[in-house]
Design a protein around this ligand. Sequence first.
Ligand code: GLU
Ligand code: ZN
Length: 321
Amino acid sequence: MSPQAAVTDSMMADQKASYIGRFAPSPTGPLHFGSLLSALASYIDARVNQGLWLVRMEDLDPPREIPGAAESILQSLQDHGLNWDGEILYQSERLDAYKALIDLLLSTQKAYTCDCNRARINSLMGVYDGHCRHKEAVTSPHAVRLRLDCALDNSTLISAGSFTDLFQGPYGQDLAQEVGDFIIHRKDGLTAYQLAVVADDIFQGITHIIRGSDLLDSSPRQCYLFTLLGAKPPVFGHIPVAMNEQGQKLSKQNLAPPIDGKKASHNLWEALKFLQQAPPRSLLNTGVSDILDWASNHWQPGLIPARLGLPAEGLRDGFYE
Ligand code: GLU
Ligand code: ZN
């Protein structure tokens, strides 16, 4: 074990009970303003709470990945002074762990194989009806779904799907009615995001998840999985997502421009402004470490609005291109 790994291990052990946050990008494109917001908010919140801040590369879906994106995201984080603790965890190196977990859920009848075709799934309008719950396991191409009808009793199921978000307040879903038995392993052979993200949040001892509100409606499923796997769900905080002038979320899909590492101070300042932290203009002339220090000393999570999306005003000034 390298000395650095040893230090990180003992830090992890010391901090197990307190605060471990994370940023978990998918390498489907370079870091854009929207993903910088999640990185910055999770980083500052971890720092303010004397926590660790881990980075996990969610490289679970090779067809959607862009060669070089992982390296580019990590470089952007460093350009913005967002230095992570410990080693980066790559989900592509965790496939055996996901498989073991899925096999365990199958063998304990908490999950089942489903070979419903696309037409049938589409006809259900988003809530799976449990059609394959009682069928024999299939070996032909199939998804694996989690059973919501027997894994926990109904009242536990309802409370497992509810939590109080740091920024959005109380939030919950009746998973059985609104979601149905959801997929933990995809028919195309890939592990589903919901399973991998919870498996790794447990594996890394994550206590606080600060991320964009586009993932708010995944959180009840994730809370449920934490409970099912015998782990305490972390604290969740979903920040508003940045929207372009058309009111669309900035994302790799609508080709949000990459942020320019040479304008790192400006980008961080705009991100703090977006998060309603009211950074003084004088900060614009300082370096990234001064801005991050200011942000840690003045962090007011209560000022982050309980909104799912907000316009990214700074986009109009062309602060990154
Ligand atoms: N990898 C996911 C994404 O980039 C985020 C996962 C998470 O924060 O839970 O959208
Ligand atoms: Zn089915």
